[in-house]
Design a protein around this ligand. Structure first.
Ligand code: MN3
Length: 235
């Protein structure tokens, strides 16, 4: 890599990290996130309530087995770390380093899934005026935003998540992360910020109903997005 290209890239990554630092001071956790020892939160709706967009069996396995597994393993990973047990999950995520594999995968897994259940609802909801205006400023219109978000979700290779995030200046950006990483992990991800909407694109989130058609799952997600929760997180 040429020196000039490298410097330019470092600048971009550096700026991204700086932007991400300040909003993390804001409390973003859901009340249901809890504290150590963490517990699996209940869903605010039934497993079958998101049908036909998300099938009941997928919801049941995803919540009762996958999410529960992250919670159990997170508690096990935290057991020997008394100094980390008192942190909020958001603070913990901002603290962990790339090599902290168990905390990274299971701390991310618990935060991501707790929020994911809240980002969906069987109710019909709408993006609020302020959020709509911010989306229009960034992408022009809602359809272009949805396409950009779907592109991030569709092009994430293997397992991971697509995110709509708030930056430190009231702006929005879209990003994606591998595995159970998320934009709160300031020591791990390049683009950090506060996720206000996220979509799980692991195969376990859609394969039973959609098989390899990830794009159909992504399109269906818009039918069940809980815009009221997104509006609140946007602030
Ligand atoms: Mn999942």
């Amino acid at each position: 890599m040429e020196k000039r290209t490298f410097l330019k890239l470092s600048g971009i990554i550096g700026a991204g990290t700086l932007v991400g630092c300040s909003p993390l001071k804001t409390m973003v956790g859901a009340a249901s996130m809890g504290r150590y020892p963490y517990a699996l939160p209940d869903l605010a709706y039934g497993f079958a309530d998101l049908v036909p967009s998300i099938d009941a069996k997928t919801m049941e396995i995803h919540h009762d087995r996958h999410h529960k597994g992250y919670v159990t393993k997170l508690n096990t990973a935290l057991e020997p770390h008394l100094n980390l047990q008192s942190l909020s999950l958001e603070k913990l995520l901002a603290t962990i380093k790339p090599g902290d594999t168990a905390l990274r995968n299971n701390g991310g897994g618990h935060w991501n899934h707790t929020m994911f259940w809240e980002w969906m609802t069987p109710k019909k909801t709408q993006p609020g005026e302020r959020l709509t205006a911010a989306i229009q400023r960034e992408w022009g219109d809602m359809d272009t935003f949805k396409k950009a978000f779907a592109d991030a979700a569709g092009s994430r290779f293997g397992s991971g998540w697509a995110w709509l995030c708030k930056d430190g200046a009231g702006g929005l950006f879209i990003t994606s992360t591998p595995n159970q990483d998320n934009p709160l992990m300031t020591k791990i991800t390049d683009k950090t910020g506060i996720p206000i909407l996220g979509l799980d694109v692991w195969e376990h989130a859609y394969y039973l109903h959609y098989q390899n058609k990830r794009s159909d799952y992504i399109s269906a997600f818009w039918n069940v997005v809980n815009w009221e929760r997104v509006n609140t997180l946007f602030g």
